[in-house]
Write a protein that binds this ligand. Structure first.
Ligand SMILES: C[S@@+](CC[C@H](N)C(=O)[O-])C[C@H]1O[C@@H](n2cnc3c(N)ncnc32)[C@H](O)[C@@H]1O
Length: 231
C-alpha cells in the first residue's frame, strides 16, 4: 500500500480520539508548541494563510484568533474524517467565512501558483509520502517573499534521547492504545519520529526545495523544532 494511502487510513482510524490522545501523550505541551509557531507567523502579518495537514484544526483556529478577522485562513487535509472533526469544532464556535476547512493533498495542492502569503504545517511533513515533492508544492503556491512555518518532531538533545526513545517505544504506544484503541498508529508515530532528520538535515532539505533564509529552533530539549523559510 502506498505510504499516502496508509497514512490517510491510519488518521481516519484515530480521528475521533486524536485531540484527546495528543494532549494526553504530550502532557499538554503541544498547546505551547503550537502557540510558539503562531507567534512566529504573527510577526509577518500575512493576509492569507494556508494551514496544511490541518488535522483537527488546532493551528488554524489559533491562527484565526491571533491574526484577526482581516486575514483569511484555508485549512487543508487529505483525510476526510480528520476534516470532519475540524468542521465540527468550527460549528461549535462562532466563526465567520474567513476560516475554511477543505480537502487538499500536499503532494498536489489545489491552489494557484504564487497566491499565498504564508503556509503553516504542524506535525504533517513527517507523514509526507515524498518530502521533497511536498516542500516544492508549498514553494509553488507561495508568493515571492512568502513564508513557510513548519512545526515537527525532531531529534532531541543527545542526553535526553535514551529517556525519550524509551518513552516513545514502550510507554507511548501502550498509553495511546488505551486512549484510542489503535496501538499500531502510535507504533508508526514512534518509528517516524526516530527516523526523522535532525534540524540541520531538514534545513538542508528545505533549502534544496527552493527556499532561502532557513532558520530552525529546538523546543523542549528539541523534542520538536520550528523551521521557518522564505520563498
Ligand atoms: C499528526 S496530524 C497533525 C494535525 C495538525 N496539524 C496538528 O498539529 O495537530 C497529521 C495530519 O497530516 C495529514 N496528512 C498527512 N499527509 C498528508 C498529505 N499528503 N496531504 C494532506 N494532509 C496530509 C493527516 O491526514 C493528518 O491529519
Amino acid at each position: 500500500m502506498p505510504k499516502g494511502v496508509a497514512v490517510n487510513k491510519m488518521f481516519a482510524g484515530i480521528s475521533g480520539r486524536y485531540d484527546v490522545a495528543n494532549h494526553l501523550l504530550s502532557g499538554g505541551i503541544d498547546y505551547y508548541w503550537r502557540s510558539v509557531l503562531i507567534k512566529r507567523v504573527q510577526l509577518h502579518k500575512p493576509q492569507n494563510v494556508v494551514d496544511l495537514a490541518t488535522g483537527s484544526g488546532d493551528v488554524a483556529f489559533k491562527l484565526l484568533s491571533c491574526l484577526g478577522s482581516t486575514s483569511t485562513i484555508v485549512a487543508m487535509d487529505f483525510c476526510e474524517p480528520m476534516l470532519e472533526v475540524a468542521k465540527r469544532k468550527k460549528a461549535a464556535r462562532t466563526i465567520g467565512s474567513n476560516l475554511v476547512f477543505t480537502y487538499g493533498d500536499c503532494m498536489s495542492l489545489p491552489i494557484a501558483d504564487e497566491s499565498i502569503d504564508a503556509v503553516t504545517i504542524s506535525f504533517g511533513v513527517r507523514n509526507f509520502e515524498d518530502r521533497q515533492r511536498g516542500l516544492r508544492e508549498i514553494n509553488r503556491i507561495l508568493v515571492p517573499g512568502g513564508k513557510l512555518f513548519i512545526l515537527e518532531f525532531s531529534q532531541p538533545d543527545r542526553w535526553f534521547r535514551p529517556i525519550y526513545y524509551t518513552y516513545l517505544k514502550y510507554i507511548l504506544p501502550s498509553v495511546a492504545a488505551l486512549a484510542t484503541g489503535k496501538k499500531d498508529a502510535y507504533d508508526y508515530l514512534a518509528g517516524t519520529i526516530e527516523s526523522f532528520p535532525t534540524k540541520t538535515e531538514l534545513s538542508a532539505q528545505i533549502l534544496q526545495s527552493g527556499f532561502e533564509d532557513v532558520e530552525s529552533s529546538g523546543h523542549t530539549f528539541s523534542i520538536v523544532a520550528i523551521h521557518t523559510a522564505t520563498k
